[in-house]
Ligand binder design. Structure first.
Ligand code: GLN
Length: 535
């Protein structure tokens, strides 16, 4: 079968949840047996979001192949349980750099290089790469931004052209829009949607399906009106009403028959029913917990929950797996110090110290870890969180009072965390960290080994600094063990304190691999440890 293409655009406002709608549709199609992938096209000029801080863009998601990507790719993986790659996230910056490289190489020799056709051709080439791989029956392409934005225009034009080139039943355009409710008038309003569809029409694209975000149910009259004025069939006006958790959206979309409408338009059979048993089982556990724990997330971007998106979601998966409600409290590391720790930690059953960069809030993280270590409270350190655990242990157990990371103190004489050898020559900032999946070998009998149930694992990384092996023996002598090592280059990937109920620090980012179908084993065990600690 030819690959089919679904394009998802957004109108009226940003933040309507295009990523979740795309992921939910993909889930439904996957549950019917189709091989589906999702890709995101972002209209900004950064080559990737790796150089933006989390306040700008939320978390930077990392794929197995080492791409720094939009956080929507995290949703795709969490919903589909299929890894994504660099090809799944394209930005205007990436498109332009290819076009400009081509121009310098003389590939367009003699021509004036322009947005149309050169940029739009490059966008279309990238829109069809995954489709042409033969690995997927359906490729869903989400366009970032809102139609009508200047920077979105080349993308909408590319969709228009691609639709022309594909046969009419090989592509479908879904437009996600908002139907606001005016309380004073007591009415749902369709005008913004009409205008947003007009914007798309001006660009030559007629949407086939409208997914309408709304706080109230769409009446038949409203559906008729939208259908009439936006040129879509009435059964293609899909209500997307606010729900408690994003994980319910596939079910609300199934009820609204979004998958059926898409498949009918693509002339694909709808005979097999979507098998969502596992998904429903997860949702049931999520909604009917038997236990409850309070977990602290200590970090420095706590004002913006999206900065720790994958961690938040990993706790939802691990909570459901343990039939436990996890109340996650984000705590600013700058507000933590020895004097207030007892007060701040008193209701917590476990604490995760977050990844991060730079020295803001670092001493708060280190003091927190000391408190958790001494008071035998479950601790989970990720990346910078693990590095802080190493620094704390060196300072307070091994007596290396000046121990630090050279990221914070470049002249440190006791650099227990140091710049990786491979980073010493790096001068450019974009895409140059140690990125993507690397192997790690776990020590039998360690807590991590028990969690994973196997010795050889693969996890994703995003860092420049590492545990300094010069101090390894000294650490082990004092009771902190390196239980996970990269077998190729001996980098320490996991540290544990065996003489503690649950003290685990990992140099990698386990949160990036947690999905509904496969909750991450370390998060599952950490929540379990928190439940036990509470008892
Ligand atoms: N800043 C640390 C490093 O680069 C940790 C990075 C992280 O937490 N992702 O090594």
């Amino acid at each position: 079968m030819d690959t089919k293409y679904v394009f998802v655009t957004g109108g009226v406002t940003s933040s309507l949840g295009k990523g979740i709608i795309s992921a939910s549709l993909a889930k439904l199609l996957q549950a019917r047996g189709y091989r589906v992938t999702i890709q995101k096209f972002d209209p900004y000029l950064n080559v990737d979001p790796g150089t933006m801080n989390p306040y700008e863009h939320g978390e930077c998601y990392v794929t197995d192949d080492g791409a720094e990507t939009d956080l929507d790719l995290g949703h795709y993986e969490r919903f589909l349980n299929v890894p994504t790659s660099q090809a799944n996230n394209v930005t205007t910056g990436r498109v332009y750099s290819t076009v400009i490289d081509n121009e310098r190489e003389g590939r367009y020799l003699g021509k004036t290089v322009q947005i149309i056709p050169h940029v739009t051709d490059e966008i279309q080439r990238r829109m069809t790469i995954l489709g042409e791989s033969g690995d997927f029956d359906i490729v869903i392409t989400e366009l970032g931004g809102t139609v009508g934005d200047i920077e979105s225009l080349p993308y909408v034009e590319s969709v228009r052209q691609l639709k022309r080139k594909l046969s009419s039943d090989d592509s479908v355009v879904i437009h996600l829009t908002l139907i606001p409710y005016l309380r004073a008038a007591g009415e749902l309003k369709t005008k913004p949607t009409q205008h947003s569809v007009q914007k798309l029409l001006e660009a030559g694209v007629q949407p086939d399906i409208l997914v309408c975000r709304t706080e109230h149910k769409l009446t038949t009259d409203i559906r008729k009106k939208i259908s009439l004025f936006c040129n879509v069939n009435q059964n293609a006006v899909i209500e997307s009403i606010d729900v408690e958790t994003i994980y319910e959206v596939p079910l609300t979309m199934e009820k609204e028959k979004l998958d059926r409408v898409v498949l009918a338009k693509l002339r694909l059979p709808t005979s097999t029913d979507a098998n969502l048993d596992k998904w429903k089982d997860f949702l049931f556990k999520l909604k009917h917990p038997k236990f409850e724990v309070n977990i602290g997330l200590v970090g420095k971007y706590v004002e913006l929950p999206d900065a720790y998106k994958s961690i938040n979601e990993a706790f939802i998966h691990a909570g459901a797996e343990n039939e436990c409600k996890v109340n996650l409290t984000h705590i600013h590391s700058e507000n933590l110090h020895n004097e207030n720790l007892q007060e701040k930690m008193k209701d917590l059953d476990g604490v995760l110290v977050a990844p991060g960069f730079g020295d803001r809030g670092i001493e708060g993280k280190i003091s927190t870890i000391k408190y958790l270590r001494e008071n035998k409270i479950p601790f989970f350190g990720i990346c910078l969180g693990m590095q802080c655990a190493v620094i704390e242990f060196a300072r307070n157990v091994m007596g290396l009072k000046k121990a630090h990371s050279t990221e914070m103190d470049i002249k440190s004489k006791e650099a227990v965390i140091d710049l990786m050898e491979s980073q010493k020559e790096v001068s450019k900032k974009g895409g140059t960290m140690r990125l993507g999946a690397y192997k790690c070998k776990l020590e039998k009998g360690s807590r991590s080994f028990t969690a994973y149930g196997k010795q050889l694992i693969s996890e994703r990384h995003r860092h420049r600094y590492e545990f300094n092996n010069k101090y390894l023996k000294d650490f082990e002598k004092h009771g902190m063990s390196a239980v996970g090592i990269n077998p190729d280059n001996n980098l320490v990937e996991v540290v544990e304190i065996p003489d503690h109920p649950w003290f685990v620090g990992v140099q990698y980012h386990p949160e990036l691999k947690s999905t509904v179908d496969a909750p991450h084993p370390l998060f599952v065990r950490f929540v379990k440890a928190a439940i036990e600690n509470k008892k």
